[in-house]
Structures are given as structure tokens and as C-alpha cells.
Design a protein around this ligand. Sequence first.
Ligand SMILES: NC(=O)c1ccc[n+]([C@@H]2O[C@H](COP(=O)([O-])OP(=O)(O)OC[C@H]3O[C@@H](n4cnc5c(N)ncnc54)[C@H](O)[C@@H]3O)[C@@H](O)[C@H]2O)c1
Length: 262
Amino acid sequence: MTEQPLKNKKIIISAGASGIGLATSKICLSKGAIIYLCDINEKFLNKLKKHPLFKKRLFVYECDASNEYEVINFYDQIKKKTKKIDALINNVGIAGPTKTMEKIDSEEWESTLKTNVTSHFYFTKLAIPMLKKNKRGSIINLSSGAGIMGFPLRSPYAASKWAIIGMTKTLAMELGKFKIRVNAICPGTIKGDRMVRVIRDKAKFLNISKKKIEKEFVSMASMNSWIYEEDIGKTCSFLISNDAERISGQTIAVDGNATRLD
Ligand SMILES: NC(=O)c1ccc[n+]([C@@H]2O[C@H](COP(=O)([O-])OP(=O)(O)OC[C@H]3O[C@@H](n4cnc5c(N)ncnc54)[C@H](O)[C@@H]3O)[C@@H](O)[C@H]2O)c1
């Protein structure tokens, strides 16, 4: 049997029905956790309702993370099942537009900031009392390599991901005395649907081949490798486990050393 370092640990995760969030949920489930996840995509959520642990250790809800009313409703549903949680993974984040700043309209700017930063505020504000009741816990915020470096053509995304680092460091200072640890993970270029879209948009904007853009992204890492969704899931699982009990306020890049470009 797999080791169960997260046995019965209760974890809330935003945007968990596909991509990094789904891989992370599956890894945490395999280590014994109980997962409460939300997502905006009904099709992805319905697929998860066929998971063998659905309604046993996996609870799924439809919720737009950028809508405060829906987030409050999501937490109300969870509170019918538990008053305490061990961890929150603020995973939601959209890519935003791929354009130079003068071509970005204010709606694109604001929706990127709203989903990538304000959503984390909604989730964190409601999670803190549940973590305090637990008398310890872990908050993990998904930032990005774009939260450490500049990221041409993605200014609202980069701005949002730098904001996440500021939020992480501040919260770690505010919550340390409650034994609540707060860390940020900065994934590199993840092999998955999101990067297919990002590469397509960048190739279109610059009018060069997708192959060239893909090579450029992968070679940003000194390990010259894609990063996999499971790499982020394993890091989350470690940060939630007791093995990480004195790690807080950190920005952890999981990117094959792409941030060397900083
Ligand atoms: N994929 C990458 O290369 C990469 C790199 C660095 C950082 N990240 C960050 O990691 C996190 C997860 O990325 P991903 O690639 O898995 O994302 P993704 O684009 O694959 O989307 C994952 C899920 O988010 C859901 N979602 C989108 N908007 C939502 C909303 N408003 N409310 C609820 N759910 C919503 C989607 O339905 C989807 O199921 C994000 O914060 C992202 O910025 C990703």
C-alpha cells in the first residue's frame, strides 16, 4: 500500500477538475487526503463524479472562483461536512491575453487580475477560520515562473503572479503564530492543455511557428525539459505533510531551473 502522509487531511482546492489541480487532487487522494474541489467546468466535474472515491473522500462542486457569492456558497457546502480543514490550495489562474500592453483592453486586464488574485483572496479569507480551528495548516498559492521573472506579451498574468508572491509572504507573517504555513509554488512550462493554448496564441501574435515557440519555452529550463502536472502535485503534497512543518513564506520554483534567467 502507498504511504499515507496525508491520511484524513482535509484539503480545499480551487479549479481542481483538470490540469495541475486534478493531478494534485489525485496525488493527495492517493496519500489518504479528503478533497473538496471546485471548478467552473461542468463537463470536467461530471467526469470526476465517476471517480471511485467520489462522495467518499472526493467532493466536487461547481463554482466560479472569481465570483465571491459562489465561493461563499462553496464554503457553505463544505461546512456542512467539516468545520476544520488542514490545507487550502489556491490553484485557480487563467493565462490572460498574449499581447503587447498597448493592445490589451481593460476588460482583459481586469478579468485576469480578478481570477488570478482576487479569487485567492475570497478563498483564503474563508479558509483562515477553518485552519485556525484545526490549530495548524498549510496554504499553497499557485504563482508561476512569471511571478519571478518578466514575461513579455503576458503583462497582466505576470502582474497577477507577482501579486501572489506578495500575498504569500504577508500571510505567512500574519499566520505564523497560528501554525498556519503559507507558501507559493512557481511552476515552469507544464506539459498540458494550457501550454498548447499559450504556444498557439504566442505563435499567432508573433507570426512564427508553434514548434519554435515550444522549443523556446522548453529551453528556458537549464534541464531542457517540460515540467509535469504531477511535479506540482508532489510538491503540494509535501508542503501539506508534516515533513514540511517548518517551511513557510517560501517561493518554490518547480521549473527545471528556468528562473536562472532572472
Ligand atoms: N500550465 C502551466 O504551464 C502553468 C505554469 C505556471 C503556473 N501555472 C498556474 O497553475 C495553476 C493551474 O494551471 P493549469 O495549467 O492547470 O490551468 P488550466 O488552464 O488547465 O485550468 C485548470 C482548471 O481551471 C478551471 N477554471 C478556470 N477558471 C475558473 C474559475 N473562474 N473558477 C473555477 N475554475 C476555473 C478550468 O475549468 C480548468 O478545469 C494556475 O494558477 C496557473 O496560472 C500553470
